[in-house]
Design a protein around this ligand. Structure first.
Ligand code: GLU
Length: 332
């Protein structure tokens, strides 16, 4: 009997120790897994990229403890800055226009010298961004061509609108000297400049409604200007990253009729450096909460999941995103 008791004790001890060891080693990788911090480059706080980054980060940070991923947004000049920041490693993710996503990945247009951004990866697309021209009502600008000889704000050099405007200047064969004055104000400065009569028109490639156009059209007499004609139609017909766009009449004071223009899609991109698990968790957080996501900004109201995984994406999808899209039945 005595012997029997003595035998039980070491066995129990062995069991307890081995169970603890098992639990310790099993949970070790999880305990040691570092939180993945991701920074998303957006745009001016008066645009739609900034709240877009805010919406994405909000949903990611809901799972920050369970999935060890933490998201932060950075206000930037826009697409061109974001692509450069992602390429240099300063940013992990960015919101970028579909035209500049295309050119960066393909190494064309302004990226011809730098070459292809091979490691660029798409996650999903978001809202449409019409090429938007807002003029003072007294400036006598009724169509894009009327801008010639006027004072215009072409936007800051690393913004998407400036890059797209540069493309249009080439297309129309216009030089900066063909305008009475050209300024490079950022979106948060341009509404005031327009209403203070410092410029006749401002240019913005942006989702609607947005606070910059609301601010200008609310503070002084303005109107949205059509950007259409043969040159624009041929752009839309020959480049996959451009599309027809309409800014609905009545959205802004002074513009009761629909405004016809062309546009791009806003997209969320990253690189192959983002771990697969992080990309998976990130897109999952957005897509599983799609109903909430589309309510986070009025420019998102028409977004549907199928369009978000296919529209405007030139760079290959990140493998972590593909894993989730297949799992969710959004891809074969
Ligand atoms: N499309 C603009 C750009 O790429 C930004 C628009 C926004 O901030 O919503 O610079």
């Amino acid at each position: 009997m005595k012997e029997h008791v003595n035998m039980q004790l070491p066995r129990k001890l062995f069991k307890t120790v081995s169970l603890s060891c098992f639990l310790f080693f099993f949970s070790l990788p999880y305990a040691l897994a570092e939180t993945q911090y991701v920074t998303i480059g957006t745009g001016s706080i008066t645009g739609v990229y900034y709240p877009t980054g805010g919406a994405v980060c909000h949903l990611i940070n809901e799972i920050k403890d369970s999935e060890k991923i933490h998201c932060e947004i950075k206000s930037t000049p826009g697409s061109i800055y974001n692509l450069a920041g992602i390429r240099s490693g300063e940013l992990d993710l960015g919101v970028v226009q579909s035209d500049w996503q295309y050119h960066a990945y393909s190494g064309t247009s302004r990226y011809a010298e730098q070459g292809k951004f091979f490691t660029l990866r798409s996650l999903f697309s978001v809202h449409a961004e019409p090429f938007t021209v807002l003029a003072r009502a007294d400036a006598n600008v009724n169509h894009f061509e009327d801008l010639l000889g006027k004072r215009i704000n072409i936007g800051s050099p690393r913004s998407g609108q400036r890059a797209t405007m540069d493309m249009l200047l080439d297309l129309y064969g216009w030089k900066l000297q063909d305008f009475a004055a050209v300024s490079e104000l950022n979106p948060s400065e341009q509404a005031k400049a327009l209403c203070d009569d410092k410029v006749d028109a401002i240019i913005y490639v942006v989702g609607h409604p947005n606070s910059s156009i609301k601010e200008a059209s609310g503070a002084c007499q303005t109107k949205l200007v059509n950007v259409s004609g043969d040159k624009i139609s041929s752009l839309i017909n020959t480049r996959s990253y451009y599309r027809n766009a309409v800014i609905p009449g009545g959205m802004y004071r002074g513009s009761d009729q629909d405004t016809t223009t062309f546009g791009v899609g806003a997209t969320i991109v990253t690189t192959t450096l983002l771990p697969e698990e992080a990309a998976y968790n990130l897109v999952k957080a957005v897509f599983e909460n799609h109903g909430l996501f589309v309510q986070l900004h009025p420019a998102f109201q028409d977004l549907n999941k199928n369009g978000m995984v296919s529209d405007s994406l030139t760079a290959p999808l990140h493998p972590g995103a593909v894993r989730y899209y297949k799992e969710a039945g959004l891809m074969k």
